[in-house]
Design a protein around this ligand. Structure first.
Ligand code: SF4
Length: 428
């Protein structure tokens, strides 16, 4: 294998500065779900996920989150690295530099894994080959067992993608724009086919390998932590409903582990881009994450959460509470007799709480007091339930009154509101 080295005058520090800064717009990283075992080498990735953290603007990043290069032959309107941005600083790491950085940072305990993305340098295959060289050197020469997440470059050959997939924990192909129409408008060198083909290919290969693993003890590894993607929210005019339907299809048909949403941040100007003068649509991004949670853990379908009549989220209220208010005829439900599926649909009751209720009901009927101890957010749940036949909501059972009582109190808006754990907890 010819390892690529680039001669230029930039110092390593300068490259790190340029290429870690360029990587911050990619949010499709999280190490959850990998169970790579250390077999006597360096590092370890385990089931609980090890290398994600939250930046001040609420995005999930790993410490060594870098681009291999921000040189790109494509010209996606929304991207800082587009080829027509001739006035930005460009840089490229050579393969050995990335390997050395990863190993040195790991040894110093700065990082627990590598998230490596890249602009399309020279061609999709050329870029993919360089990514492969990094993965190969880390795994086979440095014996690095830590977590590695790499990009699959749309348009790259399937064989190259497989070679990388057999070495890393997770791969992602970013969809970026939810429709073919928007791709044509904002990223004309990309098309849906070049994005979805590698996704379907990796899904089919994963199924084949998991079949082989059942029969052969030493079947090869293939992205054990699965694949993810990212969509930019607000750069094009798709509704929340169409984004959510696409998300649902990606989970159902392509077995994606996670879909990440990234509020559009205007870094370029262009007549085909929306004129966002205030703040990135972080509230909308937050609502999409909450709805995504409902799809993955609460048994909701996309067209239950939103519909053609109401294709956008209510920014005042979380999607589950909004669904309950739109389906008030189903409530109140008796906490002691309703199904697990219905418990999950009650605002204020999460997955753990619903399981606790089901367990507790085996021994005695659950009182309103017990419900609090089981972890329910009763100030929200009380409008949708009865406990031992009694309704504890202290107001009329109508949409307007309940909405007034459960919507979060208005607070001073910060244009860059950070996503917090509460943002996710509020989904229950
Ligand atoms: S291909 Fe990726 S890096 Fe290149 S311009 Fe498009 S979004 Fe940016």
């Amino acid at each position: 294998m010819n390892i690529v080295k680039y001669k230029n005058n930039q110092s390593l520090e300068e490259k790190i500065q340029i290429l870690s800064d360029s990587a911050k717009y990619d949010v499709s990283c999280s190490s959850s779900g990998s169970n790579r075992q250390n077999k006597g080498g360096l590092g370890n990735a385990h089931v609980s996920g090890i290398c994600h953290s939250w930046t001040s603007d609420g995005r999930c990043v790993s410490l060594l989150k870098i681009l291999m290069t921000n040189k790109c032959i494509y010209d996606c309107s929304y991207c800082i690295n587009r080829s027509s941005n001739t006035d930005i600083k460009r840089a490229i790491f050579d393969v050995q530099e990335i390997v050395d950085l990863t190993i040195n940072f790991y040894r110093r305990n700065y990082i627990e894994g590598l998230f490596l993305s890249s602009g399309v340098y020279k061609s999709p295959n050329y870029t993919m080959e360089l990514l492969y060289q990094v993965a190969y050197k880390l795994r086979e020469e440095e014996n690095f067992n830590g977590y590695i997440h790499m990009k699959a470059i749309p348009g790259a050959d399937k064989l190259l993608i497989d070679k990388v997939a057999s070495l890393v924990d997770r791969m992602s192909v970013n969809i970026e724009l939810p429709s073919e129409e928007s791709l044509k408008k904002l990223a004309p060198q990309k098309d849906r086919q070049s994005i979805f083909l590698p996704m379907y290919h990796m899904k089919n290969h994963t199924l084949m390998i998991s079949d082989e693993k059942k029969r052969f003890k030493h079947a090869p590894s293939y992205i054990p932590a699965g694949q993810t993607t990212q969509m930019i929210i607000g750069a094009s005019n798709e509704s929340d409903l169409s984004i959510l339907k696409l998300t649902e299809a990606l989970y159902d048909k392509v077995m994606l582990k996670r879909v990440y949403f990234s509020a559009y941040i205007p870094v370029n100007e262009g007549s085909n881009l929306p004129a966002i003068t205030s703040a990135p649509p972080l509230k909308r991004e937050n609502r999409l994450y909450q709805a995504d949670w409902l799809l993955r853990f609460y048994g909701f379908r996309a067209d239950e959460i939103l519909n053609e009549k109401n294709p956008f989220f209510d920014l005042e209220l979380d999607p589950k509470s909004n669904w309950a208010l739109n389906n008030l005829h189903l409530f109140p439900v008796e906490i002691n007799s309703c199904s697990y599926e219905m418990l999950l649909k009650i605002p204020g009751i999460g997955v753990i709480c619903a399981k606790r209720i089901i367990r507790a009901r085996k021994y005695a009927s659950v009182s309103f007091e017990t419900l609090k101890k089981l972890g329910a957010v009763v100030k929200r749940a009380k409008y949708f339930i009865t406990c031992r036949g009694k309704f504890y909501g202290d107001i009329k059972m109508d949409e307007i009154s309940i909405r007034q009582n459960i919507k979060p109190k208005a607070k001073k808006e910060s244009p860059y509101e950070q996503l917090t754990f509460d943002s996710f907890i509020n989904v229950v």
